[in-house]
Design a protein around this ligand. Sequence first.
Ligand code: FAD
Ligand code: SF4
Length: 618
Amino acid sequence: MATRLQPADAVTIGVGLTGSLAAYEMVQSGVKVVGLERGAERETVPDFQSPAIHDELRYSIRKAFMQDNAKVAVTFRNNSDQTALPIRRWESFLPGQGLGGSFVHWNGQSFRAQVADFVLRSHTIQRYGQKFLDACGPELTIQDWGVTYDELEPYYDRFEYLCGVSGKAGNIKGQIRPGGNPFEAPRAREYPNPPLKETYFGAIFRKGAESLGYHPYPQPSSNLSRPYTNPLGIKLEACVFCGFCERYACEHYAKASPQTIVLPVLLKNSNYELRTNCEVLRINLDSTGKKATGVTYVDGAGREFEQPAEIVFITAFPLNNVRTLLLSGIGKPYDPRTGEGVVGRNYCYQTTGGPTVFMDESININPFMSSGAPGTMIDDFSGDNFDHANMNPPFIGGQYVGSIMTGGRPIEFHPTPPGTPPWGLEWKRAVARHYNHTILIQQHGTSMSSRLNYLDLDPTYKDAWGQPLLRMTFDFPENDVRMSQYIVDKVVEIGRAMGGKIVVRGGTKRPYTTTVYQSTHNAGGAVMGDDPKTSAVNRYLQCWDVPNVFSLGGSAFPQNIAYNYSITIGALTYWALDAINPWCRHDLPPPPSCGGGRHARPSRGHHLGPGSERRPSG
Ligand SMILES: Cc1cc2nc3c(=O)[nH]c(=O)nc-3n(C[C@H](O)[C@H](O)[C@H](O)COP(=O)(O)OP(=O)(O)OC[C@H]3O[C@@H](n4cnc5c(N)ncnc54)[C@H](O)[C@@H]3O)c2cc1C
Ligand code: SF4
């Protein structure tokens, strides 16, 4: 029997990127928020300090920061004719656990999406025609987001300044700027910090790419290029290229994370209460099934509690967002046989990989001296930056390409050319020869949603509390494989132009496997949109069926963008919160579509209308 606690105004399920941002915005308005996090509390000091934080076995291999899949795993299969089995060892994607979530052990690669990304379906049909889109794959279920780039631009700006992103603008208000990415969507102003210093491998990539007429630019990075104080007054330091960034927390306060950009202020606010080691089992609904009354959770001692709340934010990482909706009976689950239902629909991933370029022994790369986002990039093949009209076979989408090496750590990094034995003396000789003379090129791109790919509850496997695991049914659509293979050929040419003695092709292949790291940008499953038949949440990330529940994060993407998606997630969170906040305030009248007092509002089934918008305040 659950113990019923004092009601809160709002509760967040998870305290990672979206959970900490949402809570911060809400408490500013006097709303009392409880943050429930399934993992432990942790801070830069003492938890992220060296030498312990540079333990490659613990963090990279044994995944100390990742979701405990002995308790809650995900089951996986490539198609619905197969039986899904639990992923007992994370490899392909690495969902986080603990205060700060995955935004603690992320890299800091800090891109915006492009204008066309938000209107992908209409843009594609307008530029290439319906027939072309059908030829890319009749199974594709791509759709527009219900929000445009122009609407999100101020929120991108606000989030980049919170993180202190280091970069060089390529397009300010439509004016192309030298040194930046000429393909980027227009931004209102420069990045808050200048780009990181270019690495040697970046300089070699730049030279090779330029010689072929491409347009290199410095990767926008939340590894800071200089000391910076963010708009909340929190001080960050400059990155020292320690080589332990991706999969690790930053000991130097130099990488944007909840601990370095928002938690120090949020945790001091008396309207906020953090509870760690608390696993939310479900959102509770009233007898109508149209209103959430709060959540049920289990604490570290195994005690069950009911936390009543007026508003519930699901901020649990995309896969867990979708599972929470399914476990709580919110929204109609997707049925792949009929194509009906929305929760679990349009789950999609990302296309990654790229060539390995083996250089002459005179080229010393020093790969161990790097950060999580030190790249030199080109966007010439990203999204719709190149003409797809004559592609044969046809495809849509694209990839950014760049040299991004994130640290030559000894267990993970030992490149050897094809033909090298996998062990023994010859292998050791090859590692010694190539360790310091190899450059990795990254292709990182779109992945289209398909009616064949989805998330639902597993009929067999359960978690530590007896609840069904999330089941993932996924393989890359043929469209994505065609796209990746087209770009591979171009990137191999860059590898040769860089002076590569041996260039080994990469690229996306089928079947998708969960045994190799690709990206933790799992997307979709509770997508946003204008039509409740094809979206689980509206354009403010508010559940259509239970309006006092908001599902924040990458689960809202109708298909995946080419870029690492956290900056877009941050912008979307601000966008949604800006609409929600006035609605919840004591002192503001309700938006035109709503009625009643503050506590009545979330429960009345109203959806946020355009009248509830306001510009960001900084
Ligand atoms: C190795 C790695 C590198 C990455 N690099 C980049 C990058 O360079 N650029 C980029 O844009 N993105 C990157 N990402 C992705 C980035 O980390 C995520 O986009 C971001 O953290 C998502 O924010 P979120 O709030 O949705 O989830 P998270 O930040 O993961 O927060 C979710 C939180 O919810 C908690 N939770 C889940 N379920 C429950 C429950 N039932 N009850 C209570 N708590 C719960 C989790 O423990 C977690 O703390 C990377 C991710 C990884 C793993
Ligand atoms: S590479 Fe830079 S930002 Fe990343 S953990 Fe090291 S010091 Fe921090």
